[in-house]
Design a protein around this ligand. Sequence first.
Ligand code: FNR
Length: 397
Amino acid sequence: PLPSAALNLDDIEGLARTVLTETAWAYYSSAGDDEFKYNVLIAYHRLNKVSHASPTTNILSFPSSLPIFVAPAALARLGHPGGEVNITRASAKEGIIQGISNNASCSIEEIVSAREEGQVLFFQLYMNRSRKASEELLRKVEKAGFNAIFLTVDAAVPGKRERDQRVKGDFAVRSPFYQTIWHPGPVLHAAVSLDEAPSDLKPLRFPKGALGWTSGPAVNGQDRAGNGVAQAISGYQDPDVCWADIPWIQDITKLPLIIKGIQCVEDAEKAYEHGVQGIVLSNHGGRQLDFSPAPITVLQELRERRPDLLDDKNFHVFVDGGVRRGTDVLKALCLGARGVGLGRPFLFANSLWGEEGVRRAVQIMREEIITGMQLLGVTSLDQLRPEMVKYVDRDPA
Ligand code: FNR
């Protein structure tokens, strides 16, 4: 089917399932993704003139055509050989900001050379067990012109992800061009061509019929063989990353620093006190701790308890997880989010149709956001107010 056959993001997910390898589907989809499907209702006014509704905004002071951004997600090449670069090109054309994962499957150089003049890119960092490696990476991305650092703090260790673990397939074998590479250094190059791979990289081979990955350091004394993609690629991440690392990062880079993965009001307050530029309320798309609250409920609690943080012009609160509809985005903005991240929808769209598919996914969101604004009776995003969100049921349906 053509991208135009997809009318909504769930259509894209359903179609992607039919083209992805078992490994890719399991890795992308593992854990629940319905975090936003809670009872958040919207109260609104009629009889406002709404023919010219504009969804443009600023995200961290960078202009964006929509209040959404590409959440950093690993291994876009698992679904399409063009990988993250497809998403970079699509983001430029659609005028949205892309977050690049520390575990991206395209190199920083590839992404930077695909970037359009002035295109805004955020870099997502996982703290490396080697601080020197993290320092080098921070310097490298600042020099490469990235516009902000998102430090992800909800992945001290990877979540259990049984679906991912059960699949013993091998995307290196299924894809003739790419091979997974393990590199304990500053950047993980996953799924790069073996010919391009520097000789000091240790290939993470996954031979046909093998029961597990063959590399990656032990976690809690256990080796990671057979534990799926997530475990295999995360060995360098430091479980001991802590608040004291925040000033360390701030010393190294002048880029705005956003802490991604905050899940309670107290941590939001701590982040604010540490002088970072913002936070992402996120449970990593439900991939980490089970029973983690839906980020929109954390946002609502923040609205109730610390509205001053949400209203501080210099502190930016973002949210992600299960956002599939324009109305999901609008509800979060009403509560005070400055932007909303989407992860899986872009991976799925990329897997199906590459750059064109990612553009289609953004266009679907654009249409839904504009229609939602018009039906809400607003013509610009700054007219959205907390009072418009009527009720949040905190218990999962
Ligand atoms: C992620 N996410 C993620 N986050 C991050 O900070 N670094 C990463 O490398 C990844 N990798 C990753 C891989 C895959 C396959 C998924 C689905 C997600 C989390 C991501 O940034 C975001 O928080 C969620 O994807 C948001 O939820 P939805 O939109 O996917 O429901």
